[in-house]
Structures are given as C-alpha cells and as structure tokens.
Design a protein around this ligand. Structure first.
Ligand code: PLP
Length: 430
C-alpha cells in the first residue's frame, strides 16, 4: 500500500469535488422566491411565513408550526411556554450546543445536566429519573448529530413525573422515529434552520407542537403582531385566546421579536418541496459510506441498525466512534491528522460538555451578587469535573465524518479508501 500522505506519500483525495458537499442546494426557484420578497419589500411581513408554517406542520406531522428568527429563539419560547420560571429546573444532556438550554437561566431557572448515552450521544434515559425534583419542569432532549434520542424511554419518564418534553430538533429535520417524524413526538420542539443545518434557510428557526396552549404561549412570547393586536403592517390573526395571555396582547411577553425574515420563509417553502428527496439521497450516500466504515477496525458510525425504523434524517453533523484500543492506541487527534493529510476534511470530538462551563456555575445574569443558577431558591445542581464521565470523555472517542450530499459511488469510494489506508497503517502513526 502507498505511504501515508502525512509522511510524504500520495494524497488519496487530491482535489475535493465541491458539489459533493455543497449545501444547501439553491436553484433559480429559491432565488426567485427570495427576490420576490425583496422586490415587494415584504421582509418583515408574515403572510409567506404563515404559508411556510402550514406546509412545514403538514410535512412534520404536527398541528402547529411557528416560524422564528433562529433556533435559539424557538427554544427560549418553548421553555417559557412549558412553564419554566424562576427557581425551576430543566434536565438537559451536557453534550449539545449551548442554545439547547442557556435561556433557562434567563428565566431564572437552572439546568440539571444529564450524561449522554455512549453510543447514540443523546441524553441517557438512565440518567434522568434520579435528577427529577419538586421544581423540575421539563426534559430537553436533543437529537444530536441527526440521531434520534431514545423517545421510547424518555416519554414515559416525563409522563410519570408530569414533566414536559421539549425536543431540540436542530440536527434532525426529517429523521424518523418508528413511524413518526422527530419534532412531533414530544410536547413541543424547537429547531434551528441556520445555513449550516440540514434544513437550511439562513437565520431562522421553527417551533412545532400539537398543543394549542403551548403554541399560543409561544406566539405571545415573541410575536406581538400575531396576538390579535391591531397592526398597520401585518394581517391580524387573533391567535392568542388563552385568558392569562389576552391582557398582554400587542406586546410580546418575552420582550423579544421572534419574527422570521420572509426571505427565509420564502426560501423555506422552496426548500421544503425538495427536502424529502434530497435527504433520501443523502441517506443513500451516507449509508453506503457508513457500511464500509463499519467494516474497518475500531470505527463505527453513530446510527441505529437498519430495520429499526429510526433514521438519521439529513445526517447533519454525523459522527463515528473511534476505539483507540483497536487502533494500536493511536489518539483520535493523530488519526484525524492523518485523514486530513489524505484530503478528508474531518476533526476529532464534538461539542464540549456544558455542565463544566462557567455560564452554568457562576453567571450572575440578574446582578444579584450570586450565581443565577442558585439565585431563585433552586437546588444547587451544578456539577464539576468527574460528574458526567461519558460526556467528559467522549471527545477523545469520536470523529466527524464527511457529509455527502450525493450518491456518487466513485467519489465516496475515494473517502472510504482514505479511511482504509489510514487504518491499515495505523502503527506508523506512533
Ligand atoms: C443543538 C442546537 N440547538 C440549538 C441551536 C440554535 O439554533 P440557531 O443557531 O438557529 O439559533 C443549534 C445551532 O445552531 C444547535 O445545533
């Protein structure tokens, strides 16, 4: 076999075929839809967004969808809608992007971080129940890296204890869980649609729910012109009928503007038309690649077995487990260095564990002279190093994998070859 590129041998992938990775796929249809919004000066309107919401809800299999300016906003509204307030607790996996749970502190609550399942990288259902206390309001679950969390285990725990389940579906638009689409399985879901995601329309987000009350509360939180208040600009839709919200019509309860820019919703309507077929192609490509990678020693792509009825959707931010004990003890950093030299764009690890971040330990957001995590009578659920062993060690056992957008076998084979080349000469990496 050829010498590793890291040591001066030939590079397996001399030139990246950009089209293989380019995302989102933007055609004349997207450009025309966005241009129409710009020409009409309709960026701050809501009529296109409402059409997008209706179409997204029908596709996702929920009664209500509410567009937001980003995924962070969608999740912040969902927490407030679920009743999270001062002194309350939310259980959230430690391995995720900060926006999954940071807004809990702005509501005066605190986050009780749970460990992750070492295989799926999603919240470990076995690490939830003992964390539930009298002030726990919700479980925030993340379908991390496109892989659905264990709904079958999480939902019954939540029902037993009267907790809300909030799905962070930012990584898994279109992922299926036993016949239902993620984003439609918990009480409410929030998802990012920023341009790096698998459903990508720019800075945008989406709330999905079957619960009319939660929907109305999200509307009231950040969509002041949709609460039935008169507006010169947007058509009035008397969306908010809940008694405790009615007196506040016309002002957003969250003091935020969550409206989606209609250039995004116009693009979203076009993207949605083609999304199912595009992610089906991604799934074919990623499955082909993953099947080959799983045959190599010490590597295993994060996904459920075929036939489980659980899919990775658009395969956003997919990972592969790296077992150094089967790869001559070579570190994941060194392994990815060798892969990059072969022309594979990949990196070790995943998001850093949130439970160790100062934000959740020391931030005094309300300037009360004490950490917000404790300031409203919360139990001290802050956790230091060593408390969540799987989350703390996972970075050394994972690599990101290429995200193929097309089922282009000759091209994908070159990436498989690069992995094969590095694993077969692993000893040389010492
Ligand atoms: C898991 C997760 N949750 C929430 C967000 C926040 O979404 P946004 O960036 O659209 O605000 C992101 C991504 O950015 C994310 O990856």
């Amino acid at each position: 076999m050829e010498k590793l590129a890291l040591f001066g041998g030939p590079k397996t992938i001399e030139k990246t075929k950009e089209e293989l990775f380019h995302w989102p796929i933007v055609t004349e249809e997207d450009i025309q839809a966005v241009t129409e919004v710009l020409r009409a000066g309709g960026m701050s309107g809501t009529e296109i967004t409402k059409k997008f919401e209706a179409e997204y809800a029908a596709w996702n299999g929920v009664k209500y969808a509410l567009g937001t300016c980003n995924g962070t906003a969608a999740l912040a509204a969902a927490f407030w809608a679920c009743g999270v307030g001062a002194g309350d607790e939310v259980i959230c996996p430690s391995i995720t992007y900060w926006a999954s749970c940071a807004s809990v502190l702005q509501l005066g609550g605190t986050v009780n971080f749970a460990d992750i399942d070492p295989f799926t990288l999603c919240i470990d259902p076995k690490d939830i129940e003992h964390r539930i206390g009298p002030r726990t309001k919700a479980i925030l679950m993340v379908n991390y890296g496109g892989v659905p969390a264990d709904y079958d285990a999480i939902l019954p725990i939540a029902r037993k204890h009267g907790l809300k389940v909030i799905e962070d579906n930012s990584h898994a638009h279109g992922a299926m869980y036993k016949g239902k689409m993620c984003g439609a399985l918990g009480d409410i879901a929030g998802a990012s649609m920023m341009s790096g995601k698998s459903f990508a329309v720019g800075e945008a987000g989406m709330i999905t729910t079957d619960d009319r009350v939660l929907y109305e509360r999200c509307v009231a939180y950040g969509h002041y012109e949709r609460t039935g208040a008169p507006s010169n600009y947007n058509p009035v839709d008397a969306q908010v009928t809940q008694d405790d919200l009615v007196p506040f019509r016309g002002l957003p309860i969250g003091a935020v503007k969550h409206r989606m820019n209609q250039t995004c919703s116009a693009m979203g309507r076009v993207q949605l038309k083609y999304y199912p077929e595009r992610i089906a192609e991604i799934d074919r490509a990623m499955t082909y690649f993953s099947d080959a990678i799983d045959r190599l020693p010490g590597l295993c792509v994060v996904r459920y077995p075929k036939g489980s009825g659980i899919t990775n959707g658009g395969w956003y931010a997919s990972h592969c487990h790296y077992d150094a004990s089967r790869l001559d003890g070579v570190s994941v950093e060194r392994f990815t260095e060798a892969l990059r030299a072969e022309g594979v764009s990949c990196h070790p690890g995943c998001n850093a564990p949130l439970h160790l971040h100062n934000y959740f330990h020391r931030l005094d957001f309300f300037r009360q002279g004490r950490p917000t995590a404790l300031a409203f009578g919360q139990r001290d659920v802050r956790q230091g190093p060593g408390s969540l062993p799987v989350s703390e060690a996972i970075a050394g056992k994972l690599i990101s994998i290429p995200w193929f957008k097309h089922f282009d076998i000759p091209e994908i084979d070159r990436y498989i070859e690069a992995f094969r080349k590095v694993t077969s000469q692993i000893g040389a990496l010492h």
